[in-house]
Design a protein around this ligand. Structure first.
Ligand code: GLU
Length: 403
């Protein structure tokens, strides 16, 4: 290839988003008339609550929303997000600490663009959400994986984190409730990470997008609450996608020390300016409103969680710890590798091959653990209708049984 035809090293070194890839493959198969059950992307199947949609419809009719708003977001939305931090986490934040972004993903991206110089390291408890290491790499940073598997219920080990620390460690990511494992990290672990970060001057990036989705009495612990001294080096990421069933509206945010928020706003001023006003008005109705709908969704998710974990554990060769948060099950599927599966007796050597064969032969879409730094696992999002879930599990079980 001629030199002018090659793309940048930056883009060549980044992997595509596997969650979105599985989702779009499943949706394309469905559009082609195939009956696919999609456990791929973490996308609530509920409609966005009507009051939120009404606020957006109203916003479309108001000419003030046809103009740019300040880059870091509508002032009233930033205020509402600061008030939400007090309501849900119980500590004070101010509107100038908030930047509204195009989904939580943009907040992740901007965080690393702001913090990292080439070669700076970010400790990423693994399994991790697929976009974290790519956002780190796009900022010139080096992702450092610290693995905790099903054997410890996916709870990070602070001693392993400390062993991974070097002179270049700039930040650590906390995700609890966790994507992809569904684990809710204990208060002790959250506190230990916060204290460790303060002691060693490491930024904490706390992705709290699943904060309201926990089960079996598990409670989300917040770094900013457990270790208040950490707040000057804490960047909280969040958004409306999961709490209010609004993934397509693309509204996320960061709550960070004011200087970080200012830097994010500077970056965003060149990148994307303000988030769509219609979406911001919808997000304002969501964030300033009650949490009733999320509690209803949580009940539905809880029933599905129990159903999927039971169904997965019935399969010989699959072991699924019980998740207590988010809407993901993350079973260890190593027992299915190297043995004949399905009517054709297909033999797979990795979870990536397993996910591909399961989709092709049984029309069940799940994301391979490789996408999350955890080969040997599959991620099932159970944010889908009960009958779909039951049918998907029936197919998986039958396929493993050679049917
Ligand atoms: N965060 C969701 C997931 O992990 C949505 C897709 C994505 O952005 O990765 O499936």
């Amino acid at each position: 290839m001629a030199q002018w035809q090659t793309f940048s090293d930056r883009i060549n070194h980044v992997a595509p988003s596997a969650t979105l890839a599985v989702d779009s493959k499943a949706k394309a198969m469905k559009a082609a008339g195939l009956d696919v059950i999609g456990f791929g992307a973490g996308e609530p199947d509920f409609p966005t609550p009507a009051t939120i949609v009404d606020a957006a419809a109203q916003a479309c009719r108001e000419p003030r929303n046809y103009k740019y708003t300040p880059t870091p977001g509508l002032p009233e939305l930033r205020e509402a997000i600061a008030a939400k931090v007090l309501r849900d986490s119980g500590y004070e934040a101010t509107a100038d600490q908030v930047v509204v972004t195009n989904g939580g993903k943009q907040a992740v991206y901007e965080t690393f663009q702001i913090l990292l110089n080439d070669g700076d390291e970010v400790i990423i408890p693994t399994p991790y959400w697929t976009s974290y290491p790519e956002a780190v790499k796009l900022a010139g940073g080096v992702p450092v994986e610290v693995f905790a598997g099903a054997g410890r219920d996916f709870e990070p080990d602070i001693a392993a984190i400390e062993a991974a620390r070097t002179e270049r460690t700039k930040a650590i990511i906390v995700t609890s409730p966790n994507n992809p494992t569904g684990a809710v990290w204990s208060r002790e672990t959250i506190r230990a990470i916060g204290e460790w970060a303060v002691e060693h001057h490491v930024w904490v990036i706390s992705d709290e997008i699943y904060e309201h989705l926990n089960y079996d009495g598990a409670k989300t612990a917040y770094v900013g609450v457990e270790v208040p001294e950490c707040r000057d080096q804490l960047i909280v990421l969040n958004g409306v996608a999961k709490t209010y069933a609004m993934p397509g509206w693309r509204v996320g945010w960061m709550v960070a020390p004011a200087e970080v928020a200012k830097a994010a706003s500077k970056l965003q001023g060149h990148l994307s300016s303000n988030v769509s006003n219609v979406s911001q008005r919808a997000a304002l109705a969501a964030v300033a409103g009650p949490l009733d709908e999320v509690y209803m969704m949580r009940e539905a998710f809880d029933a599905r969680r129990k159903a999927i974990v039971a169904a997965l554990n019935e399969i010989d060769g699959v072991y699924c710890p019980t998740p207590t948060g988010a809407f993901y099950a993350f079973p260890d599927v190593t027992g299915l590798l190297g043995r004949p599966l399905g009517a054709k007796g297909t033999v797979v050597g990795s979870s990536a091959e397993l996910a591909a064969a399961l989709l092709d032969e049984a029309h069940v879409a799940a994301v391979p653990g490789e996408a999350f730094g955890a080969p040997g696992y599959l991620r099932f999002s159970y944010a889908l209708a009960d009958d779909q879930l039951a049918e998907g599990m029936r197919r998986f079980q039958a396929w493993v049984a050679g049917k």
